[in-house]
Design a protein around this ligand. Structure first.
Ligand code: ADP
Length: 521
């Protein structure tokens, strides 16, 4: 027999005759069941012994001088329901025996047929063990249900099951908490639709019809309008499955995502406000700069115009001065117009186009374009273009503007240098990281994922207090500069997923380099 007790069966025996206890012990031992029997005669001793605990089994005589078996049974049933009790009696009649079983005794054995106690004890212990297993399983189930309900409550995720044919819906506690139905009402699709925000109802209805027809998974968000007028956002997701009776069901979850939605809305609002503030600030700076840039030529225009007028009206011989004044008016007018058109070109909202192209070819076109200017400025332009660089995906024209801007800046920077020392080198090469300056990345050959374009000059080098300053809008060291070229160039490169940076050269001059991610496919 599989043992339900440690080594020896611990028995509490309610019996006034010590010989009976010995007999029971011997009978059990004859069948290999070692036992330790504690014999008591009174109710008080019986209870004290039980309270000490540790018994696998209670045996009880039916009638005792000061106590009776049925009362003992009642005490055990009430306080130690897991301990089996067997009546062992000489007097028990058939009727009383049945009564005892009805009241929950495990068995009864007549003293005259004591050998029956062995199978009886075995059965009692087996049943006790099974009962124990069942109780433990139920306890574990209850525990896991408690954990699940708690997890659902904390995460605001409720579960549901929906038998489509019968319309029966099962909701977990949390799903009830989310939908807050009338306590008396059963969960139904009608109830769900009723709770759904009127503006979302048609959408939900359609979705439900579709997933039922197509028996597909679903996952969607909608709003609930609660009885107190508040709005909840929920996400409902589920999948079809075969029910126990072969019917078609949906199982899934409903999650209360109100907090997340409200957080997202607040974030969006804050971002919009920030964008607005940034726009207003930039516009303010821009306006101040335009005013400043145009003010100079306008002052000259006005003073030349009045001088010209004075000279003309006086019928004097100052016609040459008047002509000169008018020429200046025209020149300064053009300058003012030039500032305006450059501003317009810089801020024109041309959408970025994307095409695959050869960056080397695009650079050669720009270099050719600046050929005349280079000759005039006595600049020696060289190129070192790596023919192995992969194609670029991006806006060819915008990227050519960046290269042009870097070339013009470099030529302007070198204008004060000795002739014959004005050298400009435009190069391309593959690099593996946007952060690596081209001159340090020579060894990173083929696993490269960026193309670096560098414009190196032999000018005076970088004079600004910080490298970052170069790229800020309106920073310029030129009398008629706008200080927008590098700022706009950097934003073009960043829109392409690359970086534009400036480095002082080891010997003299500066290198402006940008990287672009290589197009894949
Ligand atoms: P702008 O050319 O109108 O001044 P940019 O934004 O193109 O505007 O350039 C900003 C400033 O960066 C220039 O005024 C100059 O001081 C500095 N800079 C740009 N390119 C070079 C270069 N190659 N060498 C030295 N300084 C440069």
């Amino acid at each position: 027999m599989e043992k339900a007790f440690e080594s020896r069966l611990r028995v509490l025996y309610l019996e006034d005759d010590p010989r009976d206890a010995e007999l029971v012990q011997e009978t059990l031992a004859a069948d290999g069941i070692e036992s330790e029997i504690i014999r008591v005669e009174t109710e008080a001793d019986f209870i004290v012994a039980l309270e000490k605990g540790g018994f696998d089994l209670v045996l009880a005589d039916y009638t005792l001088p000061s106590f009776d078996g049925l009362s003992a049974l009642e005490i055990v049933q009430r306080n130690w329901p897991e301990v089996p009790l067997i009546f062992v009696s000489g007097t028990l009649g058939e009727e009383l025996a049945i009564e005892a079983l009805k009241r929950g005794a495990t068995d009864y054995v007549f003293k005259t047929r004591l050998s029956r106690i062995v199978p009886s004890v075995q059965r009692a212990l087996r049943e006790a063990r099974e009962r124990g297993d069942l109780i433990r399983a139920q306890e574990a189930l209850r525990q896991s249900e408690t954990y699940l309900a708690e997890a659902q409550r904390i995460s605001h995720i409720g579960s549901f099951g929906w038998d489509v044919a019968s319309g029966k819906i099962y909701w977990s506690q949390e799903t009830y908490r989310i939908f807050e139905p009338d306590p008396a009402s059963e969960p139904t699709l009608a109830l769900v639709l009723d709770r759904t925000h009127p503006e979302d109802r048609a959408m939900v209805r359609q979705l439900v019809d579709r997933v039922v027809n197509e028996k597909t998974d679903f996952d969607f968000e909608h709003r609930l309008l609660m009885p107190n007028g508040s709005i909840k956002y929920v996400r409902a997701a589920g999948r079809p499955s075969q029910g126990k009776s072969g019917s078609f069901e949906f199982m899934g979850f409903v999650s209360d995502i109100t907090e997340r939605k409200l957080g997202e809305a607040a974030l969006q609002k804050a971002q919009a406000e920030l964008a607005h503030i940034t726009r207003v600030t930039t516009l303010g700076e821009l306006t101040a700069s335009i005013a400043h840039e145009i003010n100079q030529p306008l002052t000259a225009i006005v003073s030349n115009a009045s001088a010209g007028l004075r000279w003309l009206s006086a019928d004097s011989p100052n016609i040459e001065e008047a002509r000169e004044a008018i020429r200046r008016i025209a020149r300064d007018g053009n300058r003012a117009g030039d500032v305006i058109s450059r501003m317009r070109a810089l801020f024109k909202k041309a959408p970025m186009t994307r095409e695959h192209f050869d960056i080397n070819e695009a650079i050669e076109e720009v270099v050719a374009l600046t050929h005349a200017e280079a000759q005039r400025s006595r600049v020696l332009v060289r190129t070192r273009l790596d023919r192995g660089v992969p194609p670029i995906l991006g806006d060819r024209v915008q990227l050519q503007q960046v290269v042009l801007n870097l070339l013009v800046n470099a030529m302007e920077a070198m204008s004060g240098m000795e002739e014959g020392r004005r050298e400009l080198l435009v190069s391309t090469k593959k690099v593996s990281d946007t952060k690596v300056p081209a001159r340090e990345s020579g060894s990173l050959a083929d696993e490269s994922s960026y193309v670096a374009v560098a414009v190196r000059d032999s000018g005076p080098g970088l004079l600004s207090t910080s490298l970052a300053q170069l790229f800020t809008a309106f920073y310029t060291t030129k009398p008629h500069g706008l200080g927008m070229g590098l700022a706009v160039s950097r934003s073009i490169i960043e829109a392409h997923g690359g970086r534009l940076e400036a480095f002082p050269n080891d010997d003299r001059g500066a290198t402006f380099q940008f990287t672009l991610p290589v197009s894949r496919g």
